[in-house]
Design a protein around this ligand. Sequence first.
Ligand SMILES: [Zn+2]
Length: 73
Amino acid sequence: MAFPIKVCVVCSEEFELKPDKPGFANRCPECSEPEPVDSITKQSVDATEPRTPREVNEARRQAMRDLLYRKDS
Ligand SMILES: [Zn+2]
């Protein structure tokens, strides 16, 4: 089973476009996730271009994890 390979318009990383993928078809799953970071960092308006995709993804993942844990406890 092969899914079409797309290039994310946000982080320029390749990803498999799965039929049940939420969000935009031209964004990878990570970039399709809601961004809780946006409400915290107001700089995001100026940071339209991510410095390092990997760095941004890591930060986003951390933020998501923090939110999840906080919700849990
Ligand atoms: Zn992406």
